[in-house]
Design a protein around this ligand. Structure first.
Ligand code: GRF
Length: 222
């Protein structure tokens, strides 16, 4: 009990933004984990989509989470596009970013602003079937074409190299005879991505807020 008899001090929750481009099933997995009480060290305060048609936007709306559409557009350079994202992140005081099916490669300048504060989920066991051009169904097409018997998902920190940041977690998934890219994609999502991503986000957010509790404040708190 605290000496004044009041409520014990609880660490704050990390303020998380999820960046999306499409269906948003990984965003949903994080929101579901929060609803089940398995994601407690952070909260999703912002969803950013680079596509106005992303179903992920509806998922955010159903959960009452503010969502922004920031597209590259015709006249925007990558720097302007990223500047608009940064502005939204700063406005919402975000300190942890999840790329969940976000189909735009972020520049070195962008990722350097959030060192070990950005994670991505990739639907293969990195270093297989990853890097520039390996996204969505293509990853599973490549795995099937190669004939691997095991594939899976990887959650990793994001650095300036596409799919090149430090690996945080991986989960293997069996490739079955007769698999199509679509059936394999679904199994990888169900058995690996939707399980791993919320767990890693919770672990990263918990480590971050606990670290702050020990007095290791980040620049933003200075
Ligand atoms: C997932 O397979 C993810 O690993 C990849 O893109 C897909 C996005 O799916 N980066 P969703 O939008 O989360 O449903």
């Amino acid at each position: 009990m605290p000496r004044d008899g009041g409520e014990p001090l609880r660490p704050r929750k990390a303020r998380v933004a999820v960046l999306v481009s499409g269906g948003g099933s990984n965003l949903q997995a994080i929101l579901d984990a929060a609803d089940r009480g398995e994601f407690v060290s952070g909260e999703v305060v912002l969803v950013i989509s680079n596509s106005k048609d992303a179903y992920a936007l509806e998922r955010a709306g159903k959960h009452g989470i503010p969502a922004r559409v920031i597209t590259k557009g015709k006249r925007r350079t990558q720097a302007e596009f990223e500047g608009a994202i940064l502005e939204a992140l700063e406005e919402a005081e975000v300190d942890f970013i999840v790329l969940a099916g976000f189909l735009s490669i972020l520049s070195a300048d962008f990722v350097k602003r959030y060192p070990e504060r950005i994670v991505n989920v990739h639907p293969s066991l990195i270093p297989s079937f990853c890097g520039k051009g390996a996204y969505g169904l293509r990853v599973h097409e490549q795995a099937l074409a190669y004939g691997v018997k095991l594939t899976g998902a990887t959650v990793h920190y994001v650095n300036e190299i596409p799919d090149g940041g430090k690996i945080l977690a991986q989960k293997a998934v069996t490739v079955l005879p007769g698999d199509t890219p679509e059936t394999l994609q679904r199994r990888v999502m169900e058995q690996a991505e939707w399980v791993l991503l919320p767990q890693v986000v919770e672990e990263c957010c918990r480590a971050m807020v606990e670290d702050e509790g020990k007095g290791n404040a980040t620049d933003r708190d200075a």
